[in-house]
Design a protein around this ligand. Sequence first.
Ligand SMILES: [Zn+2]
Length: 193
Amino acid sequence: MRMTKEARGPWRVWQGDYCVIGFNEVTRDVKVNNFPGRFEANTDESSDEIDAGLGAALDKFIYSQVTDQAVAEIMAIVTDYLIGAKRRGSIREVLPHYEHDCDGCIFLGRSSSTLMDLWFCEQPDGPFPTVIARWGSAPEENKSGLLIAMTGQDEELFEGLKLAVASGLFMGREHVLRRMGASEAVEGMLQAS
Ligand SMILES: [Zn+2]
């Protein structure tokens, strides 16, 4: 199982193939997010079942200590559950329709009305992460931009941004500030405003 770990603001984030786990070092909150755009329930009923089933499977964990081993166990539970549900036919996996040219991107799902492929990219070499919407396999058949996504003026990029937030990949202002290397003073100023 692929798993990466990094710090985003006060969050320690582990990213696996089927879920993202965040642990807030300050508040001790734990978030377990799967990728809501990557699986579709075959009926509304099975959608509720999935949430309940995953919740029950994860209930046995006590999250006061989040170790790499606990994270690996949580990820295994989520993966087993989703693969099991897929096998039972209660959900189907949504896959990208077009070729994409970045290995670092994470597939978020497809836009609901226009069926573009939506991707999230941490862009380690760029100033901050971005979301991408792709309507074809040619390199130029895509649009991207975190700031335009945040304005809500581009339907697909906004949808991608919402999925990136829901899956725990994008953590808002703290995430951007950390990536930009903003000082704590700037962060404090923004929080006060
Ligand atoms: Zn990328």
